[in-house]
Structures are given as C-alpha cells and as structure tokens.
Design a protein around this ligand. Sequence first.
Ligand SMILES: [Zn+2]
Length: 92
Amino acid sequence: MFLIECPWCGPRDESEFDCGGEAHIERPADPAELSDEAWADYLFMRTNPKGRHRERWVHACGCRRWFNIERDTVSHRITAVYRMGRKPPGRR
Ligand SMILES: [Zn+2]
C-alpha cells in the first residue's frame, strides 16, 4: 500500500486507484499502413523496467479522472504526478 497524490483530490490510498499501464504510448497515425507485427507491437508490447516508470492511473473511487505518475517499480516511490496531456518532468 502506498499513497497517491491525485492532482484534483490530494493524497489518497492506492486502493482507490487503478493502474492503466504505461504512459505516453501514442496510437499510430495510420494503423492501416502498419504491418501486423508493428500493430501487435503497438497493442501489446510494453516496457517493464526495474526502476523509474511512467504510468497512467485513474482515481476510480474518487473523481474518476486519469493522470500520469512517475514511479519507481522497486520502491514504489512516486517522483512525479502530472495531468494527462502534459509532458513528464525533465522532458521538453
Ligand atoms: Zn481524484
């Protein structure tokens, strides 16, 4: 268990949230132009780092809004919380 700082509601228990997987996965502009392998890669292949990872989360038992988190997958320490559509910290 750990606390997550919802950008709208403040700190809440992790049990109020659902993880939506890796953040910043962009849908290909023209999926019909992709090979089956490239499409499968977009749909199913995700990084699984040991350490810093950026993820989408939703406050399912609260405001029901989505946002991004940068979290260490080993310690669960959250180093950044930022709204959808915004760039992660350290990126321009
Ligand atoms: Zn919330």
